[in-house]
Design a protein around this ligand. Structure first.
Ligand code: C5P
Length: 382
């Protein structure tokens, strides 16, 4: 495998040396191209020593900007600074690395790294949106302590994780040609125009499942209740509020799908005595609740249902309740977790009940668990 490792000028450039070392260790042929600014943070000699090949920096050497990318499996830029991302967004070719990106005929992946305010700057947000819609792939960034001492979004993903993401990007896709429908987040049921009842759900697990399915090559429709999360690039995204709206959106798309993963915390009840005007404050207000649609049950009961995966957040007797739910909703697969382990957190602990029995996965990030779950789904439907 041949990868062009582009390094741009941010303090995280020192970690690119470690990334180059890990890549070489895996037998990847690494050609390093550095911007002038990158050479202020780490020397070309360091990269040459690690890869066994000169690190290129000069645009005027030869036709390197065309030749280098020919035969490469991908260009990976780590770190990618805010400045370099803006060059990519504009299609600039003002140095060897940006020329190479513009003249490439292979995929381009970037691992951004910058100060949190640079990351959140509207100009950077615009540029990121542009490059994603141009088909450039992004690894990270992560949230955490930054070199400047501030804490927030913009830390470069660790080298070992970048390499994992690169490998999974380049590996044959287990789910190409498959269509996933994923629901995520809570639903909100109106009491009156300004008040709702809802189930607690951040949407993080559902969005992670959608992302993992995309990473595995599936086409993804994500139907989400209100969350604070950015939808994964590449998914067809539909925002809904109530369980009924979610049900209608699901029914509209489910016919074309091979897999339905119902991660949403759908409200079981809706308010029967909903008021169209704001209810005045009073000492006691009695709400009458009636059962809303059970979306998953309805989908699983279709004449020709997709492969249905349910989620069960329990507070006790996890296994017993999970099995009852699987039986009641007629599901081939169910993911069970304890609500107290999962709610709002980036981490979770899940048990997958599937055709091959039960598998308990150790506590891990929701992203990693979603990846494992998608692997299990791919196995089950293959
Ligand atoms: O709420 P419950 O524990 O029954 O949720 C189990 C599964 O059923 C979840 O996958 C959830 O998305 C789905 N569900 C649904 N419609 C409901 C309630 C739950 O689709 N009204």
């Amino acid at each position: 495998m041949k990868i062009i490792l582009g390094i741009t000028g941010g303090v995280a450039a020192y970690k690119a040396a470690e990334l180059a070392r890990l890549m070489v260790k895996e037998g990847i042929g690494v050609e390093v191209v550095m911007t002038e600014a990158a050479t202020r943070f780490v020397t070309p000699l360091t990269l040459q020593s690690l890869t066994g090949k000169p690190a290129r920096t000069n645009q005027w050497d030869d036709m390197a900007h065309i030749d280098l990318s020919r035969g490469a499996d991908a260009i990976l830029i780590a770190p990618a600074t805010a400045d370099f991302i803006s060059k990519l967004a504009q299609g600039q070719a003002s140095d060897l690395l940006s020329s190479l990106c513009l003249a490439r005929d292979c995929p381009l992946l970037i691992a951004p790294a910058m100060n949190r305010q640079m990351w959140n700057n509207p100009a950077t947000c615009r540029n990121i949106e542009l490059i994603l819609s141009d088909g450039i792939h992004m690894i990270g960034p992560e949230s955490g302590i930054q070199a400047c001492g501030e804490e927030g979004m913009g830390r470069m993903t660790e080298p070992a994780e970048i390499l994992l993401a690169l490998n999974s990007f380049l590996s044959p896709k287990a789910l190409s040609g498959k269509k996933f429908l994923v629901t995520a987040g809570p639903t909100m049921e109106a009491i009156d125009p300004v008040r709702v009842i809802t189930n607690l759900s951040s949407g993080k697990m559902g969005y992670a499942v959608a992302q993992a399915a995309l990473d595995a090559g599936a086409e993804v429709v994500l139907i989400s209740g209100p969350t604070c999360l950015a939808p994964p690039a590449g998914a067809a995204f539909f925002n809904v509020r109530s369980a009924s709206q979610m049900r209608d959106a699901v029914m509209e798309h489910v016919g074309q799908c091979d897999v339905f993963v119902s991660v949403a915390a759908v409200s079981d009840y809706q308010v029967a005595n909903q008021s169209s005007a704001k209810i005045k404050k009073q000492d006691r207000l009695v709400l009458e609740l009636e059962a809303g649609p059970d979306i998953l049950r309805e989908v699983a009961a279709l004449a020709n249902p997709p492969f249905c995966v349910g989620f069960a957040a329990e507070t006790e007797s996890l296994e017993k309740n999970a099995r009852i739910k699987m039986e009641k909703k007629k599901l081939p697969m169910l993911v069970a977790n304890l609500a107290q382990d999962a709610l709002g957190s980036d981490m979770n602990e899940i048990t997958i009940f599937g055709p091959d029995g039960m598998e308990k996965l150790p506590r891990s990030s929701k992203k990693a668990l979603a990846g494992r779950l998608v692997e299990e789904i791919a196995k089950a439907i293959s």
